[in-house]
Write a protein that binds this ligand. Structure first.
Ligand SMILES: NC(=O)C1=CN([C@@H]2O[C@H](COP(=O)(O)OP(=O)(O)OC[C@H]3O[C@@H](n4cnc5c(N)ncnc54)[C@H](OP(=O)(O)O)[C@@H]3O)[C@@H](O)[C@H]2O)C=CC1
Ligand SMILES: O=C(CO)COP(=O)(O)O
Length: 342
């Protein structure tokens, strides 16, 4: 394929996607923010910190020159953590060319502004084309060609289909979806529930507890999502329940692993340090909590996780609080009419 891509961010996900594309014959530049890392990765052909044991194909070039990484590229992939997106876009916004497509893979909601990544992009580069690629996809498995299915969402069908074609391989199946809001929210908010699933595991609760958290978690994600303009069916898809399943059950998940540490008694900061990679759910818990208040949406699991992380609430009391909430219908807000005529 003669198309070119610049990947901003040489963490585990940026590197895994670079490998996937390089194996497809696509030349890839990865931008890293550190000259030493540039030299090291180009020399030893491995990302030792974030994706150890996987060889980088020769058509991947690592650069610490961000302008070079976006020059002459058809696609710019944003693969930095959510808290780094705004600053990274500031560095390139004046050099982006018409027609270049920004594909975001970060799963978070900016703290403070409460903006989704598409809103940050719209604010800083309003003329750009945008897509989000999301879904159940641990870097460690994609880098090993383990069959994976994801979803790309864009306001424009042509952009979504172009990105679908660009990333699709026999081992990496890409679906399309017009619902940018839903796909962004599903990917970001599942990390908060995965922290909760990890906490439950760390407390040595059982599979029943985790299933309850996951199921009640997706219900509250969908409730907020619908209020924010998403299609609730998106949360039954890959970026909703799909990503929730993989993140709440896999030991690859940094969010789940951080949650386990918290459930075992470590503080939030100790848990982040012990994971050693980005744990998006920590910051997103704060954004999710504030969004639920802004939109007046009941999100009891988010409230409790926010309380544990930011208000020093005891995790065991949080579980009790969730179990002893007022009695209610299962999906009351979705089947309102049926309940009223019941
Ligand atoms: N890993 C996965 O399986 C998946 C991750 N994602 C999402 O992809 C995004 C990136 O995560 P991932 O690659 O896993 O993270 P990692 O923790 O593996 O790597 C983070 C990368 O981002 C860089 N970085 C950290 N802070 C900043 C900043 N402020 N500005 C610019 N660069 C920064 C780091 O550079 P340095 O080394 O210099 O600190 C490093 O290269 C996250 O939103 C994550 O949720 C989505 C799907 C799958
Ligand atoms: O989003 C992911 C898998 O789809 C990665 O999850 P973690 O950030 O919890 O590792």
């Amino acid at each position: 394929m003669d198309k070119k891509i610049g990947i901003l961010g040489g963490g585990s996900w940026g590197t895994a996607l670079a490998i996937l594309l390089a194996k497809k014959g696509i030349d890839v530049d990865i931008w890293v923010r550190n000259k030493e890392k540039e030299a090291n990765m180009n020399k030893i052909r491995e990302n030792v910190k974030y994706l150890p044991g996987i060889v980088l194909p020769n058509n991947i070039n690592i650069t610490s020159d961000i302008q070079k990484s976006i020059h002459n590229k058809d696609i710019i992939l944003l693969a930095v953590p959510t808290h780094g997106v705004r600053n990274t876009l500031e560095m390139i916004k004046n050099d982006l060319k018409e027609g270049q497509i920004i594909v975001n893979v970060a799963k978070g909601i900016e703290v403070g502004s409460l903006e989704r990544i598409s809103e940050i992009v719209e604010e800083l580069v309003p003329t750009s084309k945008y897509a989000i690629l999301s879904g159940p996809s641990h870097a460690e498995e994609v880098a090993k060609d383990i069959p994976t299915a994801v979803v790309v969402a864009s306001k424009t069908k042509e952009v979504a289909e172009y990105i679908q074609e660009f990333f699709m391989t026999p081992k990496f199946r890409v679906y399309t979806n017009p619902d940018v809001i839903g796909v962004e929210l599903g990917g970001a908010l599942k990390n908060v529930i995965a922290l909760g699933a990890g906490i439950s595991d760390g407390l040595k609760y059982g599979d029943n507890t985790k299933a309850a958290l996951m199921n009640r978690g997706i219900i509250e994600i969908a409730r907020l999502g619908e209020k924010m303009g998403a299609n609730k069916m998106t949360f039954a898809g890959l970026s909703g329940i799909g990503d929730l399943i993989v993140t709440c059950t896999s030991m690859h998940s940094r969010n789940r692993r951080a949650g386990i540490k918290i459930g075992e008694g470590l503080s939030m900061d100790e848990a982040i340090t012990s994971v050693g990679m980005v744990v998006e759910g920590i910051k997103t818990s704060k954004s999710a909590y504030n969004l639920s208040k802004k939109y007046g949406v009941d999100m009891p699991i988010v409230d409790e996780i926010y309380g544990v992380l930011y208000e020093n609430k005891d995790v065991k009391n949080s579980v009790i609080n969730l179990m002893l909430r007022d009695k209610t219908h299962e999906i009351a807000d979705i089947v309102e009419n049926e309940i009223s005529s019941w």
